[in-house]
Ligand binder design. Structure first.
Ligand code: CP3
Length: 355
């Protein structure tokens, strides 16, 4: 007598990697940990590889070197996750905007300020040609990562990428994007829709290349209020997450609506995100009560503690671990580690988390 495979197959085991367990909703005695911008200028080995690449964009688009800088912080610290080394603005370039990094100043782009300029961009399905080296970086990493390390892919959220594409640079108040939105809401929405579709394409290809989790960075979500937050932060995230989950059942998604304040409440439920990353403007105690009730949270040590070190670093790290101890938590910073951070302080932070 033959039995069908499904009759004899054992129940699907849960994930074994610490990050995936947290994202599946498991509370762990020691939270898994990684850091935003963990490959970056505070590390001498990063600066050396970046010098070898020549400039930041060449580093992003050279898979062997991008994989190398992704691995550097893992060798030093043994984080639970690796985040793909790339940048959120590459997708703008893949859509046809010009992108360059002014040394010591930050990103610069050609500007998209009206619907004619949006219409002149490439269709979402055409982003893969420019982004192919990014997928190759992920394929290298799937071979070279330690077995217990989770590989995270990412994209910028449509709103945040749009703020750079409209202004052509970083801005303190995202003024040009707000101006485009307020002048021609439909035209601006067409840019958000294009970026939403392109992000689905990009993240889906990252998952096919080996990303086990993806994160959506909405660094400027905090400047959207009311219906603008709904239309340009919440809905695009929900659309991207629904499409990814349809194409890749079970893929966990982390959303980072930075400085969303009260809008962190219910964000996971409204978007389908498996985890909400918290910036350090909200207190861990508040977030445990209001956000962690819906599932996993990530965060939220202020990056300045890794510059200052000392007792403040230890007590603040322990306080955050304690505040989130009753639910699923991935320890992280509230924003990227800064170039002036002391690499030794990262060891002290890990010691305070792992004991
Ligand atoms: O977290 C990681 O280590 C993964 C790689 C990564 C980078 N940027 C590398 C990078 C990720 C996930 C990003 C995201 C990113 N990029 C965001 C969203 C997160 C955030 O920080 O709010 C934004 C807004 C950008 C755009 C960007 N890239 C800016 C504004 C800058 C200049 C500011 C700066 O820190 O210099 C970058 C450059 C950049 N991206 C660097 C790195 C390591 C520094 C470049 C260098 O080596 O000179």
């Amino acid at each position: 007598m033959t039995q069908s495979v499904t009759d004899t197959a054992p129940a699907q085991p849960g994930p074994t990697k610490t990050i995936l367990r947290a994202l599946a909703g498991e509370t762990q005695a020691v939270p898994p940990v990684w850091m935003m911008r963990q490959a970056g200028r505070y590390l001498p080995e990063y600066k050396a590889t970046r010098a070898k690449a020549g400039d930041f964009l060449s580093l992003c688009y050279t898979p062997e070197l991008a994989a190398e800088v992704t691995l550097q912080p893992l060798r030093r610290y043994g984080f639970d996750a690796a985040i793909l080394f790339a940048d959120i603005l590459l997708i703008g370039q893949a859509l046809g905007s010009k992108l360059w990094f002014a040394e010591g100043e930050g990103p610069r782009m050609s500007t998209v300020t009206d619907r004619a300029a949006v219409a002149a961009l490439r269709p979402a399905q055409d982003v893969h040609e420019v982004l192919a080296p990014i997928y190759e970086t992920l394929r290298i990493l799937t071979r070279e990562l330690p077995r217990d390390t989770t590989l995270i892919g990412f994209a910028g959220a449509p709103w945040t990428v749009a703020t750079y594409m409209t202004a052509g640079r970083g801005t303190p108040d995202q003024g040009p994007a707000h101006a485009f939105k307020d002048r021609d809401r439909e035209g601006f929405s067409s840019l958000i829709d294009l970026l939403t579709e392109a992000s689905i394409e990009y993240l889906s290809a990252q998952i096919n290349a080996g990303a086990e989790v993806v994160k959506i960075f909405d660094s400027w979500a905090g400047s959207l209020k009311g219906a603008d937050f709904d239309d340009f932060a919440l809905k695009p995230a929900a659309t991207i997450i629904a499409a990814l989950k349809a194409r890749h059942p079970g893929i966990p998604v982390i959303a980072f609506p930075r400085e969303a304040g009260d809008r962190y409440i219910g964000f996971a439920r409204a978007t389908g995100a498996d985890c909400v990353a918290l910036d350090n403007s909200v207190s861990a105690d508040w977030a445990a009560k209001n956000v962690q009730v819906d599932g996993c949270v990530q965060g939220n040590l202020a990056p300045r503690y890794l510059v200052e070190g000392g007792d403040g670093l230890i007590s603040e790290t322990r306080r955050i671990v304690q505040a989130f101890a009753k639910g699923p938590h991935i320890f992280n910073l509230g924003h990227g580690i800064t170039p002036d951070a002391n690499p030794e302080n990262v060891h002290r932070m890990l010691e305070a988390i792992r004991g």
